[in-house]
Write a protein that binds this ligand. Structure first.
Ligand code: KDG
Ligand code: MG
Length: 408
């Protein structure tokens, strides 16, 4: 069996999905996602210029050797651009493998460990009143877990995960358009004063059974993160996400000495080498990598297995920038993983998105049910794809009030 050609599409409804389609000499094709949020053209270019010309003629069934060829074979390894490009190839090769075997991917991993996989929604409010409405909305929809992000009184601008306008509580989508980033202003002291007791109020509002998650989005120093985690311990958070900048694998030691709050980290990691010490030293409870920019199914499965040895559960990234192809790959891993934790879920399921990526993966009662179709179980409609083109976007840049640059 041979790979005969491959093409890359960039675009989609409200997002620049980067979709790879690999064709073979046997009338079977595979699909993969290389979407790197706000830098979408870069993995697309890497695929087109370097990786696809090497893929032509390879046997798509040798997904392990092909992964090693691109990863070990590259002198300059890792990094989100390369790993997103390898990730898309790897996903597409697993898709082909599943179609050849006439099995859904989770069967090739070892079958199902559960039926529905718990997901969490994003509740958001420009103030606490709005946030409580937002939480109630998602709970009424059947979600068992919600991430809560609240506007902080006196904060000069809306901060991460918070609606800019009042009463915008259902579909929180940040407008990232433009090459020049929007500037956000951050004040750690205001956040540290307001957020802990607000989380207490949220717990009183939802009762004991709803799982509550909160994302600090890399904003605190290790000592501040330790103090914050200690203060919010009584809230019983399901997780505290990215309390410190993710690059420092030792930063969480102080937090661990002062608090038992579960910690989730890893949405910016792109290889096992970014998280192996965190996992082996049991400094985290959930690993947040995404199948797209952590090198695809082959590499993420290795991370999941390492995590399982150290009581670390999965909590794969599922921001709206992930295409339904990445979410499908994660759905198969979630169905299989013995150490599954939770899945972030923000695909809006718009008619436009469903038309571009037809699939039978479905959501019910706050759980995601994986499709039984062979391979990834998602198709790609090229006629629909022709309607979309690329629009440049950027993540905001954060500064302190005196102008000092901070972490987004
Ligand atoms: O591309 C960056 C976003 O995906 C990120 O800011 C979202 O923190 C995030 C989350 O938890 O989904
Ligand atoms: Mg996050």
């Amino acid at each position: 069996m041979k790979i005969t050609s491959a093409k890359v599409f960039v675009g989609g409804p409200a997002k620049n999905y980067v979709t790879l389609k690999i064709m073979t000499d046997q009338d079977i094709y595979g699909l993969g996602d290389a979407t790197l949020n706000n830098r979408e053209t870069l993995p697309a270019q890497y695929l087109t210029d370097y990786l696809i010309p090497n893929l032509i003629g390879m046997d798509p069934r040798n997904s392990e050797d092909i992964w090693q060829f691109f990863f070990k074979g590259a002198y300059f390894k890792r990094g989100p651009i390369a790993m997103a490009a390898f990730g898309a190839i790897d996903m597409a090769l697993w898709d082909i493998k599943g179609k050849l075997a006439n099995m859904p991917l989770y069967q090739l991993f070892g079958g199902k460990s559960r039926e529905g996989a718990m997901v969490y929604a994003h509740a958001t409010g420009s103030d606490l009143e709005d946030l409580l409405d937002s939480i109630s909305y998602f709970v009424e929809q059947g979600y068992k877990a919600v991430r809560v992000q609240c506007g902080i009184p006196g904060m000069p601008t809306a901060s991460y995960g918070v609606s800019e306008s009042k009463a915008d509580v259902k579909n929180y989508i940040t407008n990232f358009s433009g090459v020049k980033p929007k500037i956000e202003v951050w004040d750690t002291e205001r956040y540290m004063r307001y957020m802990p007791h607000t989380l207490e109020r949220i717990r009183e509002h939802v009762g004991p059974d709803i799982k509550v998650l909160h994302d600090v989005h890399h904003r605190l120093r290790p000592r501040e993160a330790a103090a914050f985690a200690k203060q919010v311990e009584s809230v019983g958070l399901f997780w505290l996400e990215d309390p410190t900048p993710a690059d420092d694998q030792d930063a969480l030691k102080l937090l661990r000495q002062h608090s038992t709050v579960p910690v989730a980290i890893g949405e910016v990691f792109n290889s096992i080498w970014d998280c192996n010490k965190l996992i082996e030293n049991e400094l985290i409870d959930f690993i947040r990598v995404a199948v797209t920019y952590a090198g695809g199914i082959t590499h993420v499965k290795r991370i999941v297995d390492l995590a399982g040895l150290h009581h670390v559960r999965t909590g794969f990234h599922g921001a709206p920038s992930h295409s339904p192809l990445c979410m499908a790959a994660q759905a198969h891993l979630n169905a299989w993983a013995p150490n599954f934790g939770i899945q972030e879920y923000l695909i809006l399921g718009t008619p436009e998105c469903d038309a571009l990526f037809p699939s039978e993966h479905r959501m019910a009662g706050g759980l995601m049910y994986v499709s039984d179709a062979p391979g990834l179980g998602v198709d790609f409609n090229e006629t629909e794809a022709a309607r979309y083109s690329y629009t440049a976007g950027s993540h905001p840049v954060v500064r302190l009030e005196d102008g000092t640059l901070w972490n987004y």
